[in-house]
Design a protein around this ligand. Sequence first.
Ligand code: ZN
Length: 320
Amino acid sequence: MTEWKDGIAKITLPTPFPVGDVNAYLIKGERLTLVDAGVNTEESWNSLTAQMDDLNLSPNDIEQVVLTHHHPDHAGMLDFFPDSLEVYGHPLNERWIRPTEAFLQEQEDFFRLYFQEFGLPKEFFPFLSELRKTLKYSCNRSLTGHLVEGMRPLGLNDWQVIETPGHAQSQIALFREKDGVLIGGDLILAHISPNPLLEPPAPGETERPKPQLQHNDSMKKLLSYPIQYVYTGHGEEVHQLEELIEKRLTRQHERAMTVNNWLKQEKLTVFEICQRLFPSVYQREPILTISETVAQLDYLSSIGEIISNDSLPVLYQATR
Ligand SMILES: [Zn+2]
C-alpha cells in the first residue's frame, strides 16, 4: 500500500535489470513532483498507475519530474508521459535521455579507444556496436530546465540540490534541511555499492572522468550535511549514513589493495586485472567489470601506489 510520509510517497517499480526494482518518489510540494521515472515498459507504467491509485492520484496529476541521474531505470518511463510534462535535472542528463547519433558514435569511439588501451582481445570489440542497445529501456525526452549545485527545484522550496557525480556524471541528490531527509539516487544504497561506470568526457572536456574518485568525494561530501536518513534509488532507506559511508570507503580501499598486491608481483593490463577480479562475469559484462577495474586503478594512482607506462596496451605496476 503506497502512502504519504512527511509529504513523500515511495513508489517501487519493476525493471528487467539484475538490480531488480527501482524506487521513485512523489513529493507533495507546490507542484506534485515525481523524482525519477522507471524503465520504459508497460509493466512499469501500470505499476506507477496502481500505486498512485492508492493515493487517489493518477500519473496525469504529476506536474514535473526531477531526475537523480540519466540511467534507463531512472529516466526511461518519461516517454509514457505527455509532451507537456516538465523534466528537470543536471545538464549532463541530456546527451543520454535524448541521444543523438553523434553522441552514440562518440560513446562507441570512446570505448574503442579505451578497449585498446586496456588490452581487451579482439573478440570483445563487437560489444562496442551493442552499446547503444542498452538504451532500449531509456527514453527520448529533453530537459525542460537544469538543476545544479545549490538550486531549489520549482515548487519545492524546501529542497536543495547537491551534485553527487560518480555512479553517473549527471547524478544529483535532493536534500530537505528542515528534517534532514535526502533523496540520494544511486549514490548510496543499503545493500550494494553502485558501479562507478565509465562515461565519455563531458562536452568541452578532453579528459576521461574518474568515477570512483568522484564517487568517494560525493560520499564524503554528504558527511557535511545533517542527514537523518536517505531515500535510495534501489532497496531500503539508509539510516546510519556515516557508518555506511565508512564501510563503503574501507571496502573499496581493501579491494584496491588486493589489486595493488598483484601489481607488486608483475606488470598487468586493465584486462588482465579485470579477469582476476571478475573471473566468472567479465566475458558477459565487459563494460561493467572494466569500469569496476579502472575504478581500483584510478584510486591506486591517486594515492601514489601505482604508475602506468605509455605502451599499448598500457601496463600498470606498483611504485613500492
Ligand atoms: Zn543508476
